[in-house]
Design a protein around this ligand. Structure first.
Ligand SMILES: [Zn+2]
Length: 330
């Protein structure tokens, strides 16, 4: 069985070999950028472990009772914990219930698996409740924490998990996968590299962008932002339109654009930027801004991106960012 996505093959092989040799730990931390398929691989691992007669290659049989329950999402020995809405907190009680879940024996006599996604959505109380489970795991327990912001987890949690780092695919692999996924066609072939670049090389994030209206939506937001930077737009209105994008994505884009402006300002060739389609606007803009203030913006954006997936007010964050751009343009 191959991994959930082509860029995960090595990691999948390594996990499978640990399963076969009995070296899979009780707690795994799947860490890496958003849109790399971490949660999907966690679910795939759970299916492989819970199937009653997987093949030698770790492929779930698809026929046993466990496989039936897994496909229906009702296997009693697998619990997937997620916030009710993206960006919301996972209630502490829900996390504390993990200990009770592991305290009962698995109903099918095999492993009991809990996936928490994203792990940074646990608050401190919830996370503390998990510590005991991590310190004294029951023999059949497997906890998989999924995170794109490992720095937001308690160090005591992080240090008790075996960390698996998910990396961005090679551009060719990413673009090819994107083309296959979005369907063939001249239009997809043209936009796939830009979508992937815009998603910071994370293919699933690129698909999401495409579904959200992709490059057209981006064009509208670029124009609003440019008006603010040039002192012609209302920063609060601009922040309000950016809100639909979600804070993590918004700071990613702003980060990528600011980096491009810094590159241009530092004398990089005009085609050496990530957002090549925005080159004409960026060349003009770079002339008007100074390097020091660009680094100031980058610092502010980086600071927000550290917290973007956690519990911060996205509207206030975006307003703060847009007001800074408006202010420095004067
Ligand atoms: Zn099966």
């Amino acid at each position: 069985m191959s991994a959930a996505y082509p860029w995960q093959n090595d990691l999948w092989e390594s996990l499978l070999s640990r399963v076969k040799t009995g070296h899979l730990p009780h707690a795994l931390l799947f860490a890496g950028g958003k849109g790399l398929g971490k949660a999907q691989l966690a679910v795939q691992l759970a299916h492989t472990l819970l199937c009653q007669s997987p093949t030698d290659d770790g492929v779930p049989c698809g026929k046993c009772q466990a496989c039936g329950l897994l496909v229906a999402g009702t296997h009693p020995d697998l619990r997937i914990i997620e916030p009710e809405e993206e960006g919301k907190v996972i209630p502490a009680d829900t996390v504390r219930a993990v200990a009770d879940f592991f305290a009962l024996k698995g109903q099918y006599g095999g492993r009991q698996i809990v996936i928490i996604n994203p792990a940074e959505a646990m608050n401190r109380f919830g996370a503390n409740g998990l510590l005991k489970t991590l310190e004294e795991p029951t023999p059949d327990a497997l906890l998989i924490l999924v995170t794109s912001q490992p720095s937001l987890l308690l160090p005591t949690i992080r240090s008790r998990c075996q960390q698996e780092i998910f990396t961005r695919p090679d551009t060719t692999i990413g673009v090819n996968w994107l083309k296959d996924t979005l369907g063939s066609g001249a239009e997809v072939a043209t936009i796939a590299p830009t979508l992937l670049a815009l998603a910071n090389g994370a293919p699933l994030e690129a698909v999401k962008l495409h579904e959200m209206g992709g490059l057209e939506v981006r064009q509208g937001l670029v124009e609003q932002w440019l008006r603010v930077v040039e002192g012609r737009g209302d920063p609060l209105k601009c922040a309000a339109s950016w809100l639909d994008l979600g804070l993590p994505r918004a700071v990613n884009w702003l980060n990528s654009w600011t980096m491009d402006l810094i590159r241009l300002k530092s004398g990089a060739a005009s085609d050496a930027i990530t957002n090549t389609d925005l080159q004409p606007q960026f060349l003009k803009l770079a002339q008007k801004l100074d390097l020091r203030s660009l680094f100031g913006h980058l610092e502010q954006i980086t600071e927000y991106s550290r917290w973007a997936g956690g519990q911060i007010n996205a509207q206030l964050a975006l307003e703060d960012i847009m007001i800074s751009w408006a202010r420095r343009s004067r």
